[in-house]
Unconditional design. Structure first.
Length: 158
C-alpha cells in the first residue's frame, strides 16, 4: 500500500477513509518563496514563514520538507503569466523549479495563475499600514495565500 500524501503516516485506516487533505501554496520568486498552507478541510489558506532562496537543491529540499512536515497532499505553485496569458522568462524559471519539486515529492504539483497577486498583496499591506521596509517578505507570504486561496475557492466541493 502506498504511503499517504506527503509521507505522513497517521494509520492506514485513517488515510484510507480520510477525505481531508492540506494544500501547500508557493509564490516562487528569485530571492524568496512565499508559502501558504490550507486547513485540513481545504477551505482557508494561511501564510507560513517565507523561505529565502539559497540555491536550487536546497530550495527544493526545503519545500519537500514542508510537504512532509504538514502532510500536504498537493502543492500549488503560482505561475507568473503576462496579461495576454503567455509565459515569460520568469515563468520558465518557475516551471523549472516545479519540475524539480515534482521529482522530490510524492504528491501532485500543479500550477495556478498568479497574475496581479503581488499587486493585490502590496496594496493590502499598504492599506493595513505596513511600512515599506517590512513589506518585502510579507508581500511574498500574502501572495502565496492569495494564490492558494483562489485555487481552493475554484475547486469543486465534494
Amino acid at each position: 500500500m502506498a504511503d499517504p500524501p506527503g509521507g505522513v503516516k497517521k494509520g492506514r485506516l485513517y488515510w484510507l477513509y480520510s477525505l481531508e487533505v492540506r494544500y501547500l501554496g508557493l509564490d516562487v520568486g528569485d530571492a524568496r518563496i512565499g508559502v501558504a498552507l490550507s486547513d485540513e478541510t481545504a477551505t482557508l489558506a494561511s501564510g507560513l514563514p517565507t523561505l529565502v532562496r539559497v540555491g536550487p537543491r536546497k530550495d527544493v529540499k526545503a519545500v519537500a520538507a514542508l510537504v512532509r512536515e504538514h502532510g500536504a497532499g498537493e502543492v500549488v505553485v503560482g505561475m507568473p503569466r503576462r496579461l495576454d496569458g503567455s509565459l515569460g522568462p520568469q515563468a520558465e524559471k518557475v516551471g523549472a523549479f516545479m519540475a524539480d519539486v515534482r521529482a522530490a515529492v510524492r504528491v501532485p504539483v500543479v500550477e495556478w495563475d498568479e497574475r496581479f497577486t503581488s499587486v493585490i498583496a502590496t496594496q493590502a499591506l499598504i492599506e493595513g499600514g505596513m511600512r515599506r521596509r517590512d513589506r518585502k517578505a510579507a508581500v511574498d507570504k500574502v501572495s502565496a495565500v492569495l494564490i492558494l486561496q483562489s485555487y481552493l475557492d475554484a475547486r469543486p466541493r465534494t
